[in-house]
Design a protein around this ligand. Sequence first.
Ligand SMILES: [Mg+2]
Length: 232
Amino acid sequence: MISDKPALLWDIDGTLLETKPVGRTALNIAFEELYHVPGAFDQLDFSGATDHALWIQVSQKYPHLHLSIAHADGFFAHYIGILGKVLAHEPLHPLPSVSTLIPHLSARGWPMALATGNVRAGAFVKLGAAGLAPYFPYGGYSRPHIDRLGLIRQAQQFFPNRILVVIGDTPRDIEAARRSGAVAIGTATGRHPAPVLESHGADVVFERLPDVSGFLNAITDHIRRRAQETIS
Ligand SMILES: [Mg+2]
């Protein structure tokens, strides 16, 4: 057995919740309402991106608006209100197994946190609508972080001296997990198939999240193998 349970750091979109463009829709509406530019976020690559990084890209795309980071707080506050309305019409459902896996892990005392590219309030609007918010008292979020490594390190601070396991659906999740020293678990439940996640260095890839014993066996087997390789 592993003496201390590793901390599980979860991505949201495409990992816990289904992938639908509700975030893009809400960002576009918020931007158009504030700055009168439609479709500002349409051409951006959202896969594993942080909200903060998307904001920077959009602010650079429209230099005539003279947007700076000082405008971001107001923008995201407006976005959160719109996101709630968009989700009321088009809810994001938990992916298969999530609604049983997460409560089981929590009941068994596995420490958990978010490692998400959402701004914090956006993360909890999405999770709250899906009934998952109470399971994630800790987290690393977009803002102030721009890249995923920063937000993983923010989440990491809550679990000193524990092995970290990052679970995500994009190459950016996997690469940031590896750079942080965490075990990188890929889930092919977003837009990236398993071979892509493996090619970016995922330690374990699930086609879909398994039940609690399948999930824990895969993780503990990997950590035990890694420890044996380190010793030998
Ligand atoms: Mg994701």
